[in-house]
Ligand binder design. Structure first.
Ligand code: HEC
Ligand code: HEC
Ligand code: HEC
Ligand code: HEC
Ligand code: HEC
Length: 303
């Protein structure tokens, strides 16, 4: 216990937290190994490679589809209400409180509502949609077009878990739902559920690094680094010089007129191996490791 507290205090004083300042006094390490691919990360919502007894603990609160990609993608019948790759999740079209409403005097670029490459993440991390709210369930022929824009629990209830009890409620990542177990001292230290409060970003983005914000071209050479490649869809820092946007490369997403920062500028939700191909993944689904030399921040900022 003492050791956990000490480590978290050290981490809290060593760094800048891009998503708010809430820091748990002590948290549990992940049971996932964090090796090789998404299979061994927290984005594997089946939890079936972590040694967690999902059948007993989590079964009643979210459908266990037994597959990993399906919580986000489907090969057929994808959600065409949002221009995200073969997207299988409910897209509610929420309005967000953007970073600029905080009113810092330093910000120069205009901030817009989050783009698609942020809305995909927010479909779980804003806590308004259940993590298992999909349009097309795997291998079952169970499909609901209405699920594209609203969460229908009776449709979700038709799923039979492959092991353990069937889900009777479909929780989202917010207070009183997933966080009912994944937050309180009793919850996370007592029952063994890690603290997920900081991942519950909500719809107020004023304490998060701005997204939906344009790359300030006029600050290149002053305090911003110019991306190596600018295409019609992306601008990116081509660290391996192959002319393509590789997963370990930070990018901006084009809106036609400007390039913007979105969640996926800094993060790859599938995980990025440190050595480029296999082995240990960079923590926090980051594209560039930010430990020691702040390599991620300094890819864009030249401060
Ligand atoms: C009834 C309490 C409870 C609820 C509700 C609950 N969980 Fe859990 N969860 C746990 C416990 C306990 C563990 C750790 C189990 C273990 O250590 O074997 C866990 C583990 C996890 C893990 C693995 C963490 C890691 O890295 O080791 C994830 C991811 C997770 N839960 C996601 C969710 C999501 C998403 C929801 C909401 C849909 C949710 N949980 C709802 C109790 C709960
Ligand atoms: C937690 C959600 C999530 C899960 C689970 C997930 N993906 Fe993705 N995937 C995304 C998002 C978000 C994007 C879009 C990234 C962007 O905007 O640049 C994406 C993009 C992709 C792309 C397009 C190329 C790229 O890398 O951006 C492929 C291919 C892909 N996913 C395959 C998979 C496969 C295969 C699995 C299962 C092994 C999987 N994904 C699991 C969220 C997920
Ligand atoms: C299907 C739901 C879902 C989607 C979509 C999703 N996430 Fe997550 N994510 C989770 C859950 C559940 C956790 C576990 C909560 C935690 O770690 O605090 C998590 C954890 C994380 C973590 C912390 C990882 C760790 O090891 O602690 C990061 C970073 C993250 N997500 C980023 C993203 C980004 C960026 C996107 C979009 C590109 C995204 N997520 C899309 C469900 C999702
Ligand atoms: C400018 C880069 C950047 C952008 C943009 C960004 N993140 Fe992060 N994010 C980070 C870094 C760096 C960390 C690791 C912080 C740490 O270790 O505590 C992180 C951590 C996280 C975590 C884990 C919780 C935490 O703070 O430790 C989640 C969840 C997450 N990001 C989700 C998102 C989502 C969703 C978006 C879009 C709304 C987003 N991120 C946009 C850089 C970014
Ligand atoms: C993908 C490129 C990119 C990355 C990576 C990135 N930033 Fe930024 N950051 C921006 C842009 C663009 C702005 C908006 C600048 C403006 O308009 O004034 C910004 C703004 C900021 C601001 C100013 C906010 C304000 O109110 O004036 C701070 C502070 C900041 N970033 C810190 C960080 C930190 C710390 C990291 C690493 C965790 C990071 N950034 C990573 C692109 C990036």
């Amino acid at each position: 216990m003492k050791k956990i507290l000490m480590i978290s205090a050290m981490a809290a004083s060593a760094g800048y937290f891009p998503h708010g300042s809430l820091w748990a006094a002590g948290d549990l390490p992940s049971k996932f190994s964090g090796l090789d691919s998404i299979v061994n990360t927290r984005h594997n919502l089946t939890q079936n490679t972590s040694g967690i007894s999902t059948s007993v603990i989590m079964g009643s609160y979210r459908n266990n589809y037994g597959e990993i990609c399906v919580y986000c993608h489907t090969p057929h019948g994808a959600n065409d209400a949002i221009a995200a790759p073969l997207w299988n999740r409910t897209f509610k079209g929420n309005t967000y409180t953007t970073y600029d409403s905080l009113g810092t005097s330093t910000l120069t670029s205009e901030v817009h509502q989050p783009g698609v490459q942020s809305l995909t993440c927010l479909s779980c991390h804003d806590g308004t949609v259940a993590t298992d709210s999909v349009v097309n369930m795997p291998g079952s022929g169970k499909y609901s077009a209405a699920q594209k824009t609203s969460q229908n629990d009776s449709f979700l209830n038709t799923w039979t878990n492959e092991s353990g009890p069937d889900a009777t409620v479909h929780l989202s990542m917010k207070e009183g739902e997933c966080l009912a177990c994944h937050s309180s001292e009793a919850g996370f230290l007592g029952a063994g559920a890690a603290d997920f409060r900081i991942a519950n970003i909500g719809t107020d983005l004023t304490n998060d690094h701005p997204v939906g914000i344009a790359f300030p071209q006029n600050r290149v050479g002053k305090d911003f680094v110019d991306p190596d490649v600018k295409s019609s869809k992306l601008a990116f820092y081509d660290s391996n010089s192959d002319g393509k946007a590789s997963k370990m490369e930070v990018r901006y997403y084009s809106t036609g007129s400007v390039y913007r920062v979105e969640c996926a500028s800094c993060h790859d939700p599938h995980g990025v191996p440190k050595n480029g191909s296999s082995g240990t993944l960079i923590p926090m689904f980051l594209r560039v490791d930010n430990t020691n030399s702040s390599g991620l921040c300094l890819t864009c900022h030249d401060i």
